[in-house]
Design a protein around this ligand. Sequence first.
Ligand SMILES: *Cc1c(COP(=O)(O)O)cnc(C)c1O
Length: 393
Amino acid sequence: MQRLPTSTDAVHGGETRPSAHHAVAPPIVQTATFAFESTSDLRRFMAGEDADPDRTEYARNGNPTVRAVERRVAALDGAEDALLFASGMAAITTSVLALVKAGDHVILFRDAYRKTRAFVAKTLARFGVEHTLVEPGDLGALQAAFRPRTRLVVTECPTNPYLRCIDLSELARLCRAARAKSLVDATFATPMNAAPLAWGVDLVAHSATKYLAGHNDVLGGTVSGSASLISLVRELRAEMGPVADPHQAALIGRGMKTLALRVARQNETALAVARALEGHAEVERVHYPLLESHPDHAIAKAQLRGGGGVVSFVVRGGREAAARAVDRFRLATIAASLGGTETLVEPHALLSYADLDEEALSQAGIAPGLVRLSVGVEETSDVVSDVLQALAC
Ligand SMILES: *Cc1c(COP(=O)(O)O)cnc(C)c1O
């Protein structure tokens, strides 16, 4: 069973006392390099004997403002350790690269985040790493896809945009049996709604740009897991350099203080929107994991504390009807991304998938009338009214 974090964890998780300079808000330590008192201090540090395990000699290897956020992320994910990166993609690509080599095989689900899929299918392929795509939610297909050289399975929880949920404990069991590692991108769930590590998964990643930072004002990414796996990823991060800077870390850490409050409101509002849309005359289909009509409803109920802040729905009449509805939103802003304080609406075929024609869209499983709504922290009734007035024609 998973133990999910609380609002207290979101505020205080992983903190050390007394704080540096007795500051209540973590100081922004703006420095590229760190000083030594003497060569004996330097020798002690190099021998790994410094009293502070987080001390570093250079900011690409670590920074106190960044480290404070990493400790809190580890506490929220229930992990031994965590790392913060310049973006979600930096976290995912560095973690994947740390685990695979030429000749290895990676499995991912067809509805993976587009850039994650592109990284595995195009970039890793150039370095001799093979991959297999399996259908969303299909554990049988996953089992059949394992090969002797399968090193890694990557999935999201829930997935984008149809919010598919897979049985993570079963996925972790299949991976262990095949001696492959599992990496779950839990951006949509956030640490408040799911704890993939508790189900036996090896690594959990978040795009901190979304719910963790939560204010649509900064990029960031995290990965959490065992101390040994995280130290592998940390080494590669120091080689490649996709580190978060201290101001970025301070914004993310500040945003995380209210993570529990925001996600609780977003869970409530998204469920209210999903219920209001189900059966609506202008809506062909609503995708939300906590609706009974969702194909993974049972898994979602068992695995998630809340359904998250994203609702996807298909407007009757296709691409143009969806565009007209999106233009009528007054509160929600037309923008990519999710997880922030502002409600955002995205006509999928015109934004994230704008490069695809009708046939490619259909192959990607994206309905032309698909709209993805990321609810913010406005009043639930205001968000529901906005959606309903946008659909009233
Ligand atoms: C946004 C997102 C990413 C990428 O994160 P960035 O911070 O934009 O690099 C990865 N996975 C999911 C599920 C996301 O929503």
